[in-house]
Design a protein around this ligand. Structure first.
Ligand code: NDP
Length: 444
């Protein structure tokens, strides 16, 4: 049995109840086969794959808080510090009822390679809770965030572990958590990113993941002799990533015709009205039915269905495992040329393979959505310098990072004879840097 297969067996045995983690490890290790097999004995002797698939440490804790009726509620909190070979742990906090240890581990594992790809000094981590922010009052959100941070504050710090936002954690939640950290530790430091602009946040951080996704997509198109101008784009999600991906795609001359949330989706033949979508989702925190009610060109449909709309480019920006094999078949049948992932692991392994086998240019989330964490790292730099850069300065750095990521993953795939396999390219490029650092630091 090859070393990769041995470790895959071990990971499956040790983490049997964590399907998403197994899925992420399987995807990464399979694509690293050419790298590992070129020097198998060396990797095995140093137990590189066992070390990189085992988190440095993981915390699970009780989060008690009081709701508006005076009832005590209890949620479960998580922080997984996966690998800090190239910098402090860095990765978001997800607040969603589906959160469990396996989901946080899959996200933390992916984060190692994504953060490495940004070329900035940040390690991999992730956290969150099964708390559901939907329908909660601001006071309830604050009570939860304060209780969550009371425990989390023991394990994080500006040079140790710097969490950020993710699903369910936006500027409001980061603000409440930052306030509680400051109260408990008595220091004003860049311990979280995604902060408000008046207390250490970075301009362009809000837009960064969606904008970065489009900067990379545009470079990919350009390198294939195409442009964004006049292209029809299908986007899923209606949160932070989806909104700013839609905005940037439209600024580049494309037409985005869909968005979705966890209950339904919109087809808007005139192109999504971003200002209206922001009003519905960011201000009113309402359902997409309100978007349809305010826009005559929009149709609202219950359930899932954005991938059935004919498009040139598809950008999944909602959540994991939302683009399935049958969706991939529909996209190919409709002539879709390019899929770039704004969300983390939205495409299942069989759907990814189908898209790649059918000539679709496919870039996974590790590379395509790295603009968010890259800009978080730029926020850390600004906090360390105690300076704030202009929007244009941060945006220019983000563009540069995303264009470099595209060329790095393209080159890495070519070096191993897998031209056009950007998934393998991303895993290889991210892996090589982390492994070099791990080896230099000895057995740890
Ligand atoms: P938000 O919470 O802002 O938005 C998430 C969107 O996805 C919402 O429209 C939500 O709908 C929808 N959604 C969530 N869960 C499900 C589900 N189970 N089924 C269908 N739809 C769902 O999150 P973000 O936009 O920040 O994150 C989206 C994705 O991008 C995630 O995978 C995240 O990990 C990834 N990501 C985010 C980064 C960032 O900077 N924000 C950085 C890199 C990756 P509803 O409102 O109904 O819940």
């Amino acid at each position: 049995m090859s070393y990769v297969d041995e470790v895959l067996e071990l990971v499956k045995k040790k983490n049997a109840s964590e399907p998403e983690f197994i899925q992420a490890v399987t995807e990464v290790l399979n694509s690293l086969r050419p790298v590992v097999e070129a020097n198998e004995e060396f990797y095995k002797k140093n137990a590189i794959l066992e070390r990189i698939t085992e988190p440095d440490r993981q915390f699970m804790f009780r989060v008690p808080w009081v709701d508006d009726k005076g009832q005590v509620q209890v949620n479960r909190g998580f922080r997984v510090q996966f690998n800090n070979a190239i910098g402090p742990y860095k990765g978001g906090l997800r607040l969603h009822p589906s959160v469990n240890l396996g989901i946080i581990k899959f996200l933390g594992f992916e984060q190692i390679f994504k953060n490495s790809l940004t070329s900035l000094p940040i390690g991999g981590g992730k956290g969150g809770s099964d708390f559901d922010p939907k329908g909660k009052s601001d006071r309830e959100i604050m009570a939860f965030c304060q209780s969550f941070m009371t425990e989390l504050s023991k394990y994080i710090g500006a040079d140790v572990d710097v969490p950020a936002g993710d699903i369910g954690t936006g500027a409001r939640e980061i603000g409440f958590m930052f306030g509680q950290y400051k109260r408990i530790r008595g220091t004003f430091e860049g311990v979280l990113t995604g902060k408000g602009l008046t207390y250490g946040g970075s301009l362009a951080r809000t837009e960064a993941t969606g904008y970065g996704l489009l900067y990379l997509t545009q470079e990919l198109m350009k390198c294939h002799g195409e442009s964004m101008e006049g292209k029809t784009v299908v986007v899923s999600g209606a949160g932070n990533v989806a909104i700013y991906a839609t905005q940037k795609a439209q600024q580049m001359g494309a037409k985005v015709v869909t968005c979705s949330d966890s209950t339904g989706w919109i087809y808007d033949s005139e192109g999504i009205d971003v200002a209206l979508l922001k009003e519905v989702k960011e201000v009113k925190r309402a359902r997409l039915t309100e978007y349809a009610a305010a826009r005559p060109s929009a149709e609202y449909h219950e359930g899932r269905g954005v991938w059935q709309i004919k498009c040139d480019i598809a950008l999944p920006c909602a959540t994991q495992n939302e683009l399935l094999l049958e969706d991939a078949k529909q996209l190919v049948a409709n002539g879709c040329k390019c899929v770039c992932e704004g969300a983390n692991m939205p495409t299942t392994i069989d759907a990814t393979e189908y898209l790649q086998q059918n000539g679709v240019w496919f870039v996974g989330g590790k590379a395509a959505n790295a603009g968010g964490v890259a800009t978080s790292a730029l926020e850390m730099s600004q906090n360390s310098e105690r300076l704030s850069w202009s929007f244009e300065e941060v945006d220019a750095k983000l563009q540069n990072i995303m264009v470099n990521i595209y060329h790095n993953i393209d080159d890495a795939a070519k070096r191993y004879g897998m031209e056009g396999n950007y998934v393998a390219g991303a895993n290889i490029a991210g892996f090589e840097k982390v492994v070099n650092a791990m080896l230099a630091q000895g057995v740890c």
